[in-house]
Design a protein around this ligand. Structure first.
Ligand code: GLU
Length: 449
């Protein structure tokens, strides 16, 4: 039930953003937590602070024309939603996926505001992307697409204005093509305009690993509060992209065993020895750009590949959904709880449906929401911006230490806020409230702008 003061705000969001279900879902989830805030601090309901947070500062939609390898003209749609700049320049990734619509980017941008606030770093929230499908495209096609995309986007960016990075479908290769085009257009080596860059051209150590590593630190800290640890735990990690791979790596470093991972075609169970063979998975995903089915075929005996199945049916202690939004529903959550899951950490953005989140919270499962648990990626982007601004390059150890400190800080802030607002152990409420208060305070200080 929504607080009665928040009901008309949500009704307005629905009316003014028709058909954007994912955006509605993301807003609803935050508003559900804000009832506790305005009950304690009614002033947060004044000055239309909540309404303002729900309205992007700027939304850019543009045509992206490019020529494929057969010489045919292709047209895609590009987006950049500059959602909130109260805390710093807009910051957030770019997603290339055929399902991307304006509502997708708005949900991601909205989440990003609170996530970025939670990191404690000076970054606002934004997100971008395109309905371009990189699957099956040659390197030349990807480059031409990235160049065309950046040709329009460049006029809206800048190290003090808006700083994109990667997301689904956009990794270091695509960031490189976009940075190259930006550099050519502006005739400036403005390193701080994009993050997720390669190490020798302005990138930061640990940025590649950061989202996965950070999510595992978060889960580990939740477990430690209950005097448990990752040691000996069986873990499911959905996905097989950047977040999943480095989640698997850190789980293993901390003594856990990842026994399954997946992609949109199916999942693989590898419950022998150390679990998923990380080196083989990296080779197939990062070098060959192959599929989980290729991993299963190469790994051979001892693995089971289940085409089209749901990874959440595999019994395990911990689940880390690290693929995409709404990939884990209420039924999946009930199956996980029945099989004895003790902790869930969202590596992806909004991977659990609201129904699933409710099931976990009601069952007393430790639940780390994406805006807190996966904030390590964007936090390390902010560290990359710091290094760019000071023309410095930090060691792996120093950077990872900063990441660990930031993740522990996020965890503790969420836990404290949950307690203060009457819902101890509820990290969803803690994350939403802590993120909201930081942004709302800054917005109030900056006046009606
Ligand atoms: N796309 C990532 C996220 O969802 C990282 C964004 C960034 O580094 O700017 O947080």
């Amino acid at each position: 039930m929504l607080d009665e003061k928040l009901e008309p705000i949500y009704a307005d969001v629905l009316r003014r953003n028709p058909g954007e279900e994912e955006f509605h879902q993301a807003v609803r989830e935050v508003l559900d937590s804000l009832g506790a805030v305005i009950a304690k601090h009614p002033d947060y309901a004044e000055d239309a602070l909540i309404e303002r947070i729900c309205e992007p500062e700027r939304q850019i939609i543009f045509r992206v024309p490019w020529i494929d390898d057969k010489g045919r003209v292709q047209i895609n749609r590009g987006f950049r939603v500059q959602f909130n700049s109260a805390l710093g320049p807009y910051k957030g990734g770019i997603r290339f996926h055929p399902t991307v619509l304006l509502g997708t980017i708005k949900f991601l941008g909205f989440e990003q505001i609170f996530k970025n606030a939670l990191t404690g770093m000076p970054i606002g929230g934004g997100k971008g992307g395109s309905d371009f499908d990189p699957k099956g495209r040659s390197e030349g096609e990807i480059m031409r697409f990235c160049q065309s995309f950046m040709t329009e986007l460049a006029r809206h960016l800048g190290e003090y204005t808006d700083v994109p990075a990667g997301d689904i479908g956009v990794g270091q290769r695509e960031i490189g093509f976009m940075f190259g085009q930006y550099k050519r257009m502006t005739n400036r080596y403005e390193s701080g305009v994009l993050t997720g860059k390669g190490l020798i051209w302005g990138g930061s150590r640990v940025r590649t690993e950061a989202t996965g590593y950070g999510a595992v630190y978060f889960v580990d800290r939740m477990l430690k509060r209950r005097n448990q640890g990752l040691e000996g735990k069986k873990v499911l990690v959905s996905g097989a992209g950047n977040v999943a791979i480095y989640t698997i790596e850190k789980v293993r470093q901390l003594g856990g065993r990842v026994i399954a991972c997946s992609d949109s075609d199916g999942y693989v169970v590898d419950d022998t020895g150390a679990g998923i063979d990380l080196e083989l998975l990296k080779e197939i995903k990062e070098k060959q750009r192959g599929r989980v089915a290729d991993y299963a075929a190469a790994r051979g005996a001892g693995t089971t590949y289940v085409p089209g199945g749901r990874i959440w049916e595999v019994p395990a202690d911990i689940a880390m959904p690290s693929a995409t939004q709404n990939e884990l529903n209420g039924q999946d959550a009930r199956t996980l709880v029945k099989n004895g899951v003790v902790a869930v950490g969202e590596g992806a953005n909004m991977p659990c449906t609201p129904d699933a989140v409710r099931v976990f919270l009601d069952a007393g499962v430790l639940f780390g929401p994406g805006k807190a648990a996966n904030a390590g990626g964007v936090a390390t982007s902010a560290l990359e911006m710091q290094q760019n601004a000071s023309r410095d390059s930090w060691t792996f150890e120093a950077t990872e230490q900063r990441l660990a400190t930031i993740m522990n800080g996020i965890h503790d802030r969420c836990a404290e806020m949950a307690e203060e607002y009457g819902a101890p152990g509820n990290y969803v409420l803690g994350a939403n409230v802590a993120g909201f208060i930081r942004v709302a305070e800054a917005m109030r200080a900056l006046g009606v702008v």
